[in-house]
Write a protein that binds this ligand. Structure first.
Ligand code: ATP
Length: 309
């Protein structure tokens, strides 16, 4: 893993308001980095500065060791991005659109169009007109276009917007493949917690222009756990709850439904919990660590001021 994108103390003002406020983070080769924050947090603005569409008021952006503001063309050589969905020629096929974009870049070898079509899973539909494509298919052609010149940094602003669950999964698989198998540094912004959880290796949380935390996704999920919490599936959770409350205190037990409950205990106490329940005649079907949702973690980090979908 090596650092591909470095964002250092980035500030972008709109009038007196900082849309991005001293933001610093890095994106490495081989990872999907999630840029997570609610609407208006500053994600698009930060991405536009990173891609050189806007100039920063403070700070710098370095891509593959080259400063975007000082040496724009060299810095852009190895970056592929989708910010606002690019215009495509609707009357032309996906393949023809890619051929036109390939001409803009000087050194796209002949076979590369086939390669990118394969990467995004569009090789069998490439000759149909863009206007016949679904949104997900158009997105995949946009992605193919962004990959034409083999960038080692891919930046996508809210790429799953408008996609159905199947389209989201396909995109997720493509981005993970690019990062994990082809060593591309992938940065994806989103306001969707569940999506980030499945797609990203690390996340940076942004709110009101400020980076509130950067961490591996697993760490974020466990961030609010403190004392371990276990999910227990049983034949009679109400009766189990009573028994457990007597031993572990009422605050440590949460009844979920007729067959499940959550219990806050340490891992060392789990065997005695299971013994207590089975010795009292209850059936235990499953005991598993209850993971905190990204939403819990987000609320704990932001203080709950702003919500995320
Ligand atoms: P969304 O998910 O809604 O796109 P975002 O996290 O991408 O949100 P931005 O679009 O970067 O957020 O907006 C950050 C802040 O900057 C918002 O308060 C927005 O209103 C403001 N802003 C963005 N672009 C401009 C502009 N061109 N002029 C003035 N203010 C702007």
């Amino acid at each position: 893993m090596s650092v591909v994108l470095e964002v250092k103390g980035l500030t972008k003002m709109f009038g007196k308001r900082a849309a991005v406020n001293k933001a610093s983070f890095e994106v490495n080769s081989g990872e999907v980095f999630g840029f997570l924050g609610p609407n208006g947090a500053g994600k698009t603005t930060a991405i536009k500065v990173i891609m050189g569409f806007l100039s920063p008021d403070e700070g710098e952006v370095i891509i593959n060791g080259t400063n975007v503001q000082k040496n724009y063309e060299a810095a852009m050589e190895n970056i592929g991005g989708i910010v606002e969905n690019p215009e495509m020629y609707r009357e032309l096929s996906g393949r023809k659109n890619l051929e036109m974009y390939a001409r803009i870049h000087n050194n796209v070898p002949k076979g590369r169009i086939e390669e990118v079509l394969r990467i995004v899973g569009m090789e069998n539909r490439a000759d149909e007109k863009i206007k016949k494509y679904s949104l997900g298919m158009r997105q995949r052609i946009c992605l193919a276009q962004a990959l034409l010149h083999r960038p080692n940094l891919l930046i996508l602003d809210e790429p799953t917007n408008g996609l159905d669950p199947a389209g989201i999964k396909e995109l997720r698989d493509i981005l993970k493949h690019l990062a994990h198998e082809e060593n591309v540094a992938v940065m994806v912004s989103s306001h969707m917690l569940a999506e980030m959880e499945l797609m990203c290796d690390r996340v940076g949380i942004i709110n009101n222009g400020k980076i509130l935390g950067i961490m591996p996704i697993d760490e974020l999920l466990h961030k609010t756990s403190g004392d371990s919490c276990y999910h227990i599936k049983t034949n009679d959770s109400a009766a189990c709850s009573e028994l457990l409350e007597a031993s572990y205190g009422s605050g440590s037990v949460k009844l979920i439904d007729g067959n499940s409950l959550e219990l806050s205990v340490s891992e060392a106490e789990v065997p005695s919990v299971v013994r207590l329940l089975t010795e009292n005649g209850f059936d235990i079907f499953n005991v598993s660590p209850a993971e905190n949702s990204l939403e819990d973690a987000f609320i704990s980090i932001t203080g709950g001021g702003n919500s995320i979908a």
